[in-house]
Design a binder for this molecule. Structure first.
Ligand code: APR
Length: 245
């Protein structure tokens, strides 16, 4: 990662910065990604575990899988990548985190202004009326029903479902005003989230991708850093800190 290739002089503490993240930023915390060779979708059928049809066909299978994922998340901690974002946010007080992750690790790391595009695995809601429903872990592993009669499900976005317009509008507002956009640890394959880096670039942002692997975004970005997030982000932070002071 050659420091001189980042035009640090262009960015000041009033710059609007967006950190857009995917499963890759949590992989160094021990949480599985989805599309890597060892990822969830290499071992499981996403339509069985992460769709309304799959849930209706076998709710217990789906609830157990989400329970296992929560257990793995509860045993994990934010890593150097998440913590570097916390430090960056002190340099850039208007910065926003837009994440596709449902694990809540950005909050645990102390990140602020976090927009969760795909929901949060620790929350639940009614499949039919959408009412938010609080469950403890033991309850969450079994099938519960809302007062309307609908089944209770994890409050995450499944395949074939629309993102909340309100959340998407918040993300677009951040994209439209940002000068610097980081795309970190995402395969850039799932829309509409995958469109955000391209939109940021169209609005004039300098776009940096951090990912050890190539993605559909890699050839379009201003800078592609082919490293792990937990390595690249702390180094970049040091570089910015030195450049801004
Ligand atoms: N640092 C940076 N990038 C990493 C790291 C790491 N330590 N480890 C893995 N990666 C990269 C992989 O190379 C891959 O490109 O992270 C990316 C993870 O991609 P996916 O598994 O496809 O995850 P994501 O892009 O977040 O998926 C989007 O798909 O299944 C749905 O709803 C789910 O939110 C998810 C969405």
């Amino acid at each position: 990662m050659p420091g001189s290739s980042i035009p640090i002089h262009k960015f000041t503490s009033s710059s609007e910065v967006v950190f857009f993240t995917g499963a890759g930023i949590s992989s160094e915390s021990g949480i599985s990604t989805f599309r890597d060779p060892e990822g969830y979708w290499a071992k499981h059928d996403p339509m069985q575990l992460a769709s309304r049809q799959g849930f209706k066909a076998d709710p217990q299978l789906v609830l157990s899988w989400y329970g296992d994922r929560r257990e793995s998340i509860r045993g994990s901690f934010p890593n150097a990548g998440h913590l570097a974002i916390t430090n960056f946010q002190k340099l850039f007080p208007h910065s926003v985190v837009i994440t596709q992750n449902v694990d809540g690790l950005h909050f645990e790391a102390g990140n602020e202004r976090v927009i969760e595009l795909h929901g949060n695995i620790h929350r639940h809601k009614c499949l039919e009326c959408g009412t938010s429903i609080k469950l403890d872990e033991a309850q969450a592993r079994t099938l519960n029903f809302c007062t309307c009669g609908g089944s209770v499900r994890p409050d995450v976005i499944w395949f074939g479902e629309r993102l909340s317009m309100e959340i998407l509008n918040q993300a677009h507002a951040a994209i439209e005003s940002c000068d610097l956009f980081f795309s970190i640890g995402t395969s850039t394959q799932i829309y509409p989230a995958a469109q955000l880096p391209f939109d940021a670039q169209r609005h004039g942002a300098y776009v940096i991708e951090i990912n050890p692997d190539l993605t559909p975004l890699s050839s379009q970005v201003d800078l592609s850093i082919r490293e792990l997030a937990g390595t690249a982000l702390p180094k970049l932070y040091e570089e910015f800190y030195a450049g801004l002071s």
